[in-house]
Write a protein that binds this ligand. Structure first.
Ligand code: SF4
Length: 82
């Protein structure tokens, strides 16, 4: 694993023991963006996305989160590394 994203959201498909994120890449966005865009718009498309302001921590989210056991785990083109 060559990134070090720590995460305590353990119902996410990408969460791993030791509170590590095992996604090969993630997209952090505003809550508004996360709520309004489909799952396929995620980290793999990051270079094409327009940056935006959030104002505070509570207005940001991990767009890459996907619930464990979801049938949409491949929708974001993100790879689980372990
Ligand atoms: S994808 Fe996001 S929510 Fe899921 S483990 Fe990684 S950082 Fe946490």
């Amino acid at each position: 694993m060559n990134q070090h994203i720590h995460c305590i959201v353990n119902d996410c498909h990408y969460w791993d023991q030791g509170n590590k994120c095992a996604a090969n890449e993630i997209l952090v966005s505003t809550d508004e963006f996360g709520n309004s865009k489909p799952d396929r718009i995620d980290a793999a498309m990051a270079k094409q996305l327009t940056p935006m302001t959030a104002g505070n921590c509570m207005a940001t989210c991990c767009k890459t989160y996907i619930a464990k056991g979801s049938d949409k785990i491949n929708a974001d083109n993100v790879t689980r590394m372990s």
